[in-house]
Design a protein around this ligand. Structure first.
Ligand code: HEM
Length: 333
C-alpha cells in the first residue's frame, strides 16, 4: 500500500537548500573576484576590468570606461589593424569640434594622439594647434580579434582642445576605426558611428554587462546546481502539498470537496484572469525580444498561477475517490 510520507520531501528540501547555499557561495566568490580585478592601463581589457561597457552596434566596436576620482579610464576595441578612435562632444558639422583620441599599433609599438577635429572631416594633434597632450597613461595591443587601446585623462583637462566630461547629461561621442595604421586615413562610412553616452550613469542602458546569474555567464556546473535545486525543490513542494491535501496516509473512501463556496468561485475566477494577464505579458515579452530574465519571470508566474488554479479547483470543486490496492507496476521497490 502507498503511504504518503513527509520524510522524503524534507530530505529533498534539505538537499535543495544545500544546493542553493553552494550556488550562493560560488556566485558570491565570482562577484568578489570580479570586483577585485584592478584597472591597469596595459593594452589588455580584462572581462571585468571596467565598470562600463558599450557595444557600438553595426561597427563591432567596443567602448569601456571607468571613472576614478577626477580621471576617466577608457578602453577601445575594434576589429582590424588600423587606427582606432573616440571623439568626445562634436559640435558639427560632421566631426568638427570633437575632442579626439586616436591611436594605432604598428610593429608592436603604440602611436596615440590627443587630437582635435578642427575641420569637419579631419583632425590635428592638440600640440600642433597650440594645446597640450593631456593623455596621462596609454597602452595598446594587437591580436587576432583586432586592436585594443587604453588611456586615461582628467575628466576636465582645462585644455581648450579637450572637452570636459561632466556629470548630469549624456554626451555625443564619435566612434570610428580604419584599415590603415596612421593618423590620417579615412575610416569609410561603415566604420564610424555617433553615440550618446552618459559617462556617469553607471547603470545606464550603455552598461551592458549582464548580472552574473544570466545563463550565458554561468558555468556548466552552476547550471547543473540550478537544475538540482529546481528538481529537488519541486519534489519537496509537491510532497508537502500532497501530504497537506491527502493526509499522511491515504484513506480509502469517497471525499466530498471541502470548500465549495462563492469565495472559491471568485478566487478561481480572479486567478484565471491573472493567468490570462501573465499569458499576454509572456507572449508580448517574447515578441518584443525582452531580456531572458523577464521572459522567464512571466513564464514562471504563468506556471505558478496555473498550479494555484488547479490547487483551488481540486480543493473546492472536485470530489475524489481513493482505492487502495497492491501496486502492480513491476518496478522493484
Ligand atoms: C583620420 C582622418 C579622418 C577623415 C579623413 C575623416 C573623414 C570623414 C568624412 C569625409 C566624414 C563624412 C562622411 C561619412 O559619414 O563617412 C566623416 C564622418 C564621420 N567621422 Fe570621420 N574622418 C576622420 C577621422 C575620424 C575620427 C578619428 C573619428 C572618430 C573619433 C571619426 C568619426 C566620424 C564619424 C562618427 C562620422 C559620422 C558623423 C555623422 O554621421 O554625423 N572620423 N569623417
Amino acid at each position: 500500500m502507498f503511504k504518503n510520507t513527509i520524510t522524503l520531501p524534507l530530505i529533498a528540501l534539505a538537499f535543495a537548500l544545500a544546493g542553493a547555499a553552494v550556488l550562493a557561495f560560488d556566485l558570491n566568490l565570482k562577484e568578489q573576484a570580479k570586483q577585485a580585478q584592478p584597472l591597469v592601463v596595459d593594452g589588455k581589457i580584462g572581462e571585468s576590468e571596467y565598470q562600463n561597457h558599450l557595444r557600438v552596434d553595426g561597427i563591432q566596436m567596443d567602448l569601456y570606461w571607468s571613472i576614478q576620482s577626477d580621471r576617466i579610464y577608457v578602453g577601445l576595441h575594434a576589429p582590424g589593424r588600423g587606427w582606432v578612435a573616440i571623439g568626445f562632444d562634436p559640435e558639427g558639422p560632421i566631426m568638427q569640434g570633437a575632442d579626439i583620441v586616436i591611436g594605432y599599433v604598428k610593429d608592436g609599438k603604440l602611436f596615440l594622439q590627443d587630437s582635435y577635429a578642427n575641420v569637419p572631416t579631419g583632425h590635428q594633434a592638440d600640440t600642433e594647434l597650440g594645446g597640450r597632450d593631456d593623455i596621462l597613461e596609454k597602452a595598446g595591443s594587437q591580436g587576432a580579434d583586432g586592436t585594443v587601446l587604453e588611456f586615461s585623462r582628467k575628466l576636465d583637462t582645462r585644455d581648450k582642445f579637450d572637452k570636459p566630461i561632466r556629470e548630469g547629461k549624456p554626451m555625443a561621442i564619435l566612434m570610428a576605426y580604419a584599415e590603415d595604421a596612421d593618423f590620417t586615413s579615412y575610416h569609410s562610412k561603415t566604420r564610424a558611428r555617433v553615440q550618446s553616452v552618459d559617462f556617469f550613469q553607471a547603470n545606464s542602458k550603455a552598461n551592458e554587462t549582464p548580472p552574473l546569474w544570466v545563463a550565458s555567464h554561468l558555468e556548466a556546473y552552476e547550471l547543473g546546481l540550478i537544475a538540482w535545486i529546481i528538481v529537488l525543490g519541486i519534489f519537496a513542494i509537491q510532497g508537502f502539498i500532497s501530504v497537506r491535501l491527502e493526509g499522511r496516509e491515504l484513506k480509502p473512501g469517497h471525499f466530498i470537496p471541502a470548500r465549495e463556496s462563492t469565495i472559491s468561485v471568485i478566487f478561481t475566477a480572479l486567478l484565471t484572469v491573472l493567468e490570462l494577464v501573465w499569458a499576454v505579458q509572456f507572449i508580448s515579452s517574447l515578441y518584443e525580444g525582452a531580456r531572458p530574465a523577464v521572459v522567464a519571470t512571466y513564464g514562471a508566474l504563468l506556471a505558478f498561477t496555473l498550479a494555484a488554479i488547479l490547487l483551488v479547483y481540486r480543493q473546492s470543486f472536485v470530489s475524489a475517490e481513493t482505492i487502495v490496492q497492491e501496486r502492480e507496476d513491476h518496478i522493484p521497490w
